[in-house]
Every structure is written in structure tokens, then in C-alpha cells.
Design a protein around this ligand. Structure first.
Ligand code: G6P
Length: 438
């Protein structure tokens, strides 16, 4: 029997991670075919990653056919799973998302604030086209989306594309769980964190270890400096008052919203000294690809852990494994609310623990939003809806109001300034705006 995985954005430096994950799970998730797909600008990287992936598979003597192509439609034929990890416009576009806001005194980040809005606007048309292709070529396939902003992209596809077998994943809940297990000195499999909120805006509301509530202890550890930030975020710590009053585990991205001034100061300094994260990542990528080129390299190199998305493949691979085996285990995903959080719309995409079945995720009821964060979660969801609308239609006013309502911008003059400059900077990747004459 064949089991085919297509990786869109296969030339990404992260691909060896997912290959490693597939190799590790080969007994229970016996993939027979992997096709790496990329665009022509990524051809060279695709070949390097393709060759390395082949060597990794050969080393384990597994019979997995791995190939790579620029022909997406052809690759999708017969796919069972399609994982997506694309960056429209590449790191050069990310650099603009980070630099332009910083130049005007706003946080420039690839998934939050003005930068995040534009990453979404560039990505939405491409992902909609992909979902349409999947729906017509391999309608039974699951799309496992890691493409950022993962929550917004998953919301776009699940609500507006014809394809409904879409699940969003992120490494943040996974990192939170791993680090919690480490600090408590327990096996990560025994740790369950209940999550409430949205991608990159999720809170941990309860920590359970082997059935025992250890939330208070983890909150105390957080106060003492427990750090589960990915490589792209420098933890600033949380005050005693914040932890005690909020009583929830913040995720590393919350620093943008609750420590805004400090983060801006820190980012400005880094920007002046070493450039933005995109520039750091460009250097990292150059050295990673040099390492990947080595014909003697037959495994995922340790250096990949310097990327913020490290370990995402564990999330993506466990998810596919559980769907394939109808495991009904609990994993944290981005999926349709369906009443899990009664105060959010039924069809809103939330980041939540879900039972992973052969028919997809079933979100586990969380109950009402905690009063202390309810307002911000509502606000972020409303903001995401505006971004989705703007991304689909190219409507200037929707894009403007998304900018205006984002807590990291929220300024009349600044919103227009950032919007116009970013629209111009990214116009090659914004067909929906160009065709409307904006
Ligand atoms: C994080 C996030 C990802 C993000 C990445 C950036 O962990 O969860 O959504 O894409 O890191 O990492 P990078 O190494 O590209 O700065």
C-alpha cells in the first residue's frame, strides 16, 4: 500500500527535520513516497535538501522513494498528506516586514504586528491556490499547515477554500510542554497543558502531570525564569505580579503584547547592531546549506536547532501518525472551535488540545475564556478576520483597519504610513491589491 507525503516548500532548511521525523516513525507511519516541491527561485536549495534527504533515508535502509520537483500539480497526484512550510518572497520579504516597521518606531516581527499582517497578505493567495489544487487533485489528502502566520492561514483555508481537511500546527505549545517537563524533571509524555487562545496568542491554563494538577508549581518556575522561548525570541522574564495576577502560562510571543516597550527597545538595538532576525537567519541559512552540501552528511545537523521553528517536525509527524492510525491521542492544533470555547464563534480557528482521530481533530472543550484575557483574545480574533478578508479581496480599507486594530500598531497616522510603504515594498507578491488598482 502506498502512503504519500508531499512537502510544499521542500527546499526549506527545515526539511531535514521532517525527514528525520518520518524516518523515526517509519514502523507506525510507513510512508512510501515523499515528494519535495518548491518554486523555481528555490531550485538550488531544493536539490541540496533533496540529496541530503535521500542520504538520510539510505542510511536507515528504508524503502521510501524520495524525489523533488517544481511541478506542484504533478506532485500532488495520489498524495495522502500535504505539509506546507512556505515563505512567499523568501527571507528578503521577511527583512522588509521587520525593517520597515522598525524604521517607523513599531515592532517589526514576522508573525506579529505589521510584519505579520503582510506575511499573511502575501501568503493567502498562494495557499488558497494550493488548497484548490489539493481539493481537485487529491481530495482525500490532509493539509498540515506550518506556514505562518499559521492561525490566520488555517482560518483562511478552513473557512474560505473548498478543502476542509486542513490542520494548523506550531512548535510553541510543543516547546512549552517539553520545557515544562524538563524543569519538573518528568517524562514529557506525562505532561498535559491545557491551551486556550489563538496561534502565537495562546495561554496555558492548566498543567497536569500524570493526572496531578501542577499549574501553581509551573507558574512559580516561570516567575523564577523558566524559559521555553524558541531560538528567535529572547525571553525577558515575567514579573511576580504578572504571573500571580494573570495566573496563566504566557507563550513566548506574549512579550510583544505585554512588554512592548522593552521588546521594541531590544529589537531596535539588535537592528542597529546585527540587523533584524531575517538577516541573522540569512547567515544561518548560508551556513546550514553549506553543511547540507557535504556528501558525507547523512543526518539532520545539530545546527538546525538554532532556527526558531526547530522541532516542528515532531509536531507535524505525530499529527500525521495519529491521523493515519486513528490514535485518538491529545495534541495541540489549530482547528475550528466547534464550541470548545463557547464565547468565540463556532467557526473561529483556535489553538487548542484536540483528540486526533482518523477523521481529523476533535477539539476538547476548554470552557469560557478566562476573564483576564478574554478581551484581548476577542480583539486578536477580530483582527485576524480583518487580515483574512484583506488577504482574499485586496480591499484597502480592510487592510487599513487590520493595521489600525492591531495592538502593535494602533495609530491612525502610523497605520497608513506602514500600510502604504509595505504595500509598495511587497507589490510583486500582492496580486489581490494590484488588480484593484491600490
Ligand atoms: C518560532 C515560531 C515559528 C517561526 C519561527 C521563526 O518558533 O513558532 O512560527 O516561524 O520560530 O524562526 P526563525 O529561526 O526563522 O527566526
Amino acid at each position: 500500500m502506498s502512503l504519500k507525503l508531499v512537502i510544499i516548500g521542500g527546499g526549506s532548511s527545515y526539511t531535514p527535520e521532517i525527514i528525520e521525523g518520518i524516518i523515526r516513525r517509519h514502523q507506525s507511519f510507513p510512508v512510501t513516497d515523499i515528494v519535495l516541491v518548491d518554486v523555481k527561485e528555490g531550485k538550488e536549495k531544493l536539490e541540496i535538501v533533496g540529496e541530503l534527504s535521500k542520504r538520510m533515508i539510505e542510511k536507515q535502509h528504508l524503502s521510501i522513494n524520495l524525489s523533488w520537483t517544481l511541478d506542484r500539480k504533478m506532485a500532488l497526484r495520489g498524495a495522502d498528506f500535504v505539509s506546507t512550510q512556505i515563505r512567499v518572497g523568501g527571507l528578503a520579504a521577511r527583512e522588509k516586514d521587520e525593517r520597515i516597521p522598525l524604521r517607523h518606531g513599531f515592532i517589526g516581527q514576522e508573525t506579529n504586528g505589521a510584519g505579520g499582517i503582510f506575511k499573511a497578505l502575501r501568503t493567502i493567495p498562494v495557499m488558497m491556490e494550493l488548497a484548490e489544487d489539493v481539493h481537485s487533485i487529491c481530495p482525500e489528502a490532509w493539509i498540515v499547515n506550518f506556514t505562518n502566520p499559521a492561525g490566520i492561514i488555517t482560518e483562511t483555508l478552513l473557512k474560505h477554500s473548498p478543502h476542509k481537511k486542513v490542520i494548523g500546527v506550531c512548535n510553541i505549545p510543543f516547546n512549552m510542554r517539553q520545557s515544562t517537563a524538563e524543569i519538573l524533571n518528568v517524562n514529557p509524555d506525562t505532561v498535559q497543558i491545557e491551551f486556550v487562545g489563538l496561534n502565537h496568542f495562546v495561554f496555558g491554563s492548566k498543567v497536569n502531570v500524570s493526572g496531578k494538577d501542577r499549574t501553581a508549581e509551573v507558574l512559580e518556575k516561570l516567575r523564577q525564569g523558566l524559559d521555553y522561548s524558541p531560538a528567535n525570541i529572547v525571553n525577558l522574564g515575567w514579573s511576580k505580579t504578572f504571573i500571580e495576577a494573570v495566573g496563566l502560562l504566557p507563550n513566548p510571543y506574549h512579550q510583544y503584547y505585554f512588554q512592548t516597550k522593552e521588546v521594541l527597545k531590544k529589537d531596535m538595538k539588535a537592528f542597529k547592531e546585527n540587523g533584524t532576525r531575517a538577516e541573522v537567519v540569512q547567515q544561518l541559512e548560508t551556513s546550514l546549506f553549506n553543511i547540507y552540501r557535504d556528501p558525507d552528511l547523512r543526518e539532520k545537523p545539530k545546527q538546525l536547532e538554532e532556527r526558531g521553528g526547530a522541532f516542528y517536525s515532531d509536531v507535524a509527524c505525530s499529527l500525521m501518525d495519529s491521523i493515519y492510525n486513528n490514535r485518538r491521542d491529545v495534541q495541540t492544533v489549530n482547528t475550528m472551535n466547534n464550541g470548545a470555547i463557547p464565547d468565540l464563534p463556532h467557526d473561529a480557528i483556535i489553538e487548542v488540545n484536540a483528540l486526533i482521530t482518523g477523521d481529523g481533530p476533535i477539539p476538547i472543550a476548554v470552557g469560557q475564556l478566562p476573564a483576564q484575557v478574554k478581551g484581548m483574545i476577542y480583539e486578536m480574533k477580530a483582527f485576524e478576520e480583518l487580515v483574512v478578508r484583506a488577504g482574499l479581496t485586496g480591499n484597502y480599507n480592510d487592510a487599513y483597519t487590520a493595521m489600525l486594530m492591531n495592538p502593535l500598531v494602533r495609530e491612525e497616522e502610523g497605520s497608513k504610513l506602514l500600510l502604504d510603504e509595505l504595500l509598495e515594498a511587497h507589490k510583486a507578491y500582492l496580486p489581490q491589491f494590484n488588480s484593484r488598482g491600490n
